[in-house]
Ligand binder design. Structure first.
Ligand SMILES: Cc1ncc(C[n+]2csc(CCOP(=O)(O)OP(=O)(O)O)c2C)c(N)n1
Ligand code: SF4
Length: 245
């Protein structure tokens, strides 16, 4: 029967209409219920999802902007039996926190990163992020991102998947029911990889930010298809040969 996951609190999300953070929170709550949620520690970051600790009823540590992988490293090393994950936006993970994510991945920390790529800095008003698409208009690229000036969008899971410490790297999207189910499967797998002590795991989630994209929630679903997935192909970039399905 379709019901509210027990780990989701009664608190209403503060997200804008059509934002995909809420969908991802629900998936996370559903998947964590399949594991022992008493043993889970989330590391929250700074961005629109800064209040995630109010929505999902598990243990949380709040990290400064970009530092979640370093904090999660410490937590996991002190409590290796816990399932430890970070939840980070693209400004957080791919800009100010690039060093932290690359080195946590290279060290093969047994943590899971949930990376929400909405192609902008959402919380601070829609500035360009490293993941902003070529030609995309943002408040800091009003003429559209121009590679000659701002470089090219960064493909994080492709980059991280070549590191030996990474056991699982996948990119998913939430713009259709089928993709939401696939995202749930990938999230479950990332946690299984951590449980099996195989190394670092990351899932990149292509996520809509209708407010800063300047489109309606429905148009944003199309935008994910036509713009985001076209540049950021979905799929598993690295997966263990055996040990987890
Ligand atoms: C050290 C530091 N620098 C800058 C900021 C300002 N800041 C808060 S949220 C944010 C960007 C958030 O964007 P993103 O991580 O993509 O998450 P989103 O809001 O899009 O979900 C920035 C730059 C901060 N809080 N701390
Ligand atoms: S600004 Fe964007 S990322 Fe932030 S809550 Fe609104 S839609 Fe979501």
């Amino acid at each position: 029967m379709f019901k509210r996951p027990a780990l989701l609190t009664e608190k209403n999300f503060h997200y804008c209409p059509g934002c995909h953070h809420g969908i991802m929170h629900r998936l996370l709550a559903e998947v964590l219920e399949e594991f022992n949620s008493e043993e889970t520690i989330g590391v929250s970051s700074v961005g629109c999802s800064v209040f995630i600790y109010d929505y999902i009823d598990i243990d949380w540590v709040a990290a400064a902007h970009g530092r979640a992988p370093a904090v999660a490293t410490g937590v996991k090393r002190v409590k290796p039996d816990r399932l430890v994950f970070t939840y980070q936006g693209d400004g957080d993970l791919a800009a100010i926190g690039t060093g932290e994510i690359v080195h946590a991945a290279a060290r093969g920390e047994k943590i899971t990163a949930i990376f929400i790529n909405n192609a902008v800095y959402g919380m601070t008003g829609g500035q360009m992020a490293p993941t902003t698409l070529t030609g995309q208009k943002t408040t800091t690229t009003p003429e559209g991102r121009n590679p000659a000036h701002q470089g090219y969008p960064v493909k994080m899971v492709e980059m991280l998947s070549v590191l030996d410490g990474v056991a699982y790297a996948a990119r998913v999207a939430l713009n259709t029911p089928k993709r939401i189910l696939e995202a749930k499967k990938a999230l479950r797998k990332a946690f299984k990889v951590q449980r099996a002590n195989l190394g670092f795991s990351i899932i990149e989630v292509l996520s809509a930010c209708p407010t800063n994209w300047g489109v309606s929630p429905v148009e944003a679903l199309k935008w994910v298809d036509e713009k985001m997935i076209a540049y950021y192909p979905l799929g598993e970039y690295k997966t263990p040969q055996e040990g987890v399905e």
